[in-house]
Write a protein that binds this ligand. Structure first.
Ligand SMILES: NC(=O)c1ccc[n+]([C@@H]2O[C@H](COP(=O)([O-])OP(=O)(O)OC[C@H]3O[C@@H](n4cnc5c(N)ncnc54)[C@H](OP(=O)(O)O)[C@@H]3O)[C@@H](O)[C@H]2O)c1
Length: 303
């Protein structure tokens, strides 16, 4: 480690935040971990206090993993989504600007329309199709307006040991059903929280990089159907039990991008470590267990 940082991780009880806290501690940084109960990012005064007291002699960085991630619910609860995804990051960026603190803010592939055929670069035109995507884009803009040196990192298809995600859902469905139908007409890059978290901590340590938007996902791309087959394979189940279907079969309140592969070229060009291929990451993530009772053959409730 080159320099010990004073890190504040917000949204630290979420699937990404908890991984960031773990990676930051493992890297030897001084880490303050706050969930929504300890720091509500929509509370500007509370954010100001938390950021103002962060330094303690070290270079200080906030990694914002707090978000309103209920994509479908956001369609009807716009105010709640905007408060956390736009006002929250705006509060953090303003406080960071006042106190000379760096900010790494996490955003999403949903800022794009999803109709591309080649991976999205950070500078490509955004056109979110959901409330979640629109509020996240507004959050990105608020961050960079208040703190141009901030880093906005878009990611996608995130899964980790903590919380509910596609992998934990597939592990459960494999136990409960003979077959499952999974959409095969949406393409993206599954991203393991541990790999992304390591990248965010690495980025936090880079005082030399200009601010702006970067993309970070595990590399390569797949469809949800192929991703589900890989999860079945990892738990020793027959991937033939996963059947492909189309998005139209599962109508959801919020439209999903059909293609949301994010190019990691800018990330790599910045000298940051590229994230490994998604299939390798999934294998390692699942070999560590924690996604459900079938993992390692040990039920979490077992003595
Ligand atoms: N999940 C994905 O597939 C995905 C894809 C692309 C981008 N992202 C982005 O990645 C980041 C992390 O997402 P995640 O998957 O880790 O989501 P998550 O598991 O839902 O975690 C989000 C966290 O934000 C916290 N939070 C909500 N409202 C808050 C508030 N007002 N103040 C402070 N904290 C608040 C929640 O805390 P409580 O539970 O305590 O309320 C929750 O722990 C987000 O920026 C998200 O937009 C995620």
């Amino acid at each position: 480690m080159t320099q010990r940082l004073a890190l504040l991780v917000t949204g630290a009880r979420g699937q990404l935040g908890s991984a960031v806290a773990e990676q930051a501690r493992a890297a030897g940084h001084s880490v303050t971990v706050v969930g929504s109960a300890e720091l509500d990012v929509t509370d500007a005064d509370a954010v100001e206090d938390a950021v103002a007291t962060l330094h303690g002699g070290a270079r200080a960085v906030v990694i914002n993993c707090a978000a309103h991630t209920a994509v479908d619910a956001a369609e009807t609860d716009v105010a709640a989504a905007a408060a956390v995804n736009e006002d929250g990051p705006a509060n953090l960026a303003a406080a960071c600007a006042r106190h000379g603190v760096q900010l790494v803010h996490v955003s999403t592939d949903y800022v794009f329309a999803g109709d591309a055929t080649v991976p999205y670069e950070p500078g490509d035109a955004t056109a979110p199709r959901s409330v979640y995507g629109r509020t996240k884009l507004a959050g990105e803009r608020a961050v960079l307006a208040a703190l141009p040196g901030a880093h906005v990192v878009r990611t996608a298809w995130v899964y980790g040991r903590h919380g509910s995600n596609f992998v934990s859902t597939m592990v459960r469905l494999e136990r409960e059903h003979a077959t499952v139908r999974v959409v095969d007409d949406q393409r993206g890059s599954p991203t393991w929280t541990a790999d992304l978290a390591a990248g965010l901590v690495e980025l936090a340590g880079r005082a030399d990089l200009p601010g702006g938007v970067l993309h970070a996902t595990n590399s390569g791309s797949t469809t949800w159907y192929e991703f589900a087959r890989a999860v079945f394979t990892e738990v020793g189940a027959d991937p033939g039990r996963v059947q492909p279907c189309g998005t139209a079969e599962f109508p959801r309140p919020a439209p999903r991008p059909q293609y949301s592969v994010l190019s990691g070229a800018a990330w790599t060009a910045a000298g940051l470590t590229p994230l490994r291929p998604w299939r390798e990451a999934l294998h390692q993530a699942m070999s560590l267990g924690g996604f459900g009772p079938t993992q390692s053959g040990v039920h979490p409730a077992a003595p």
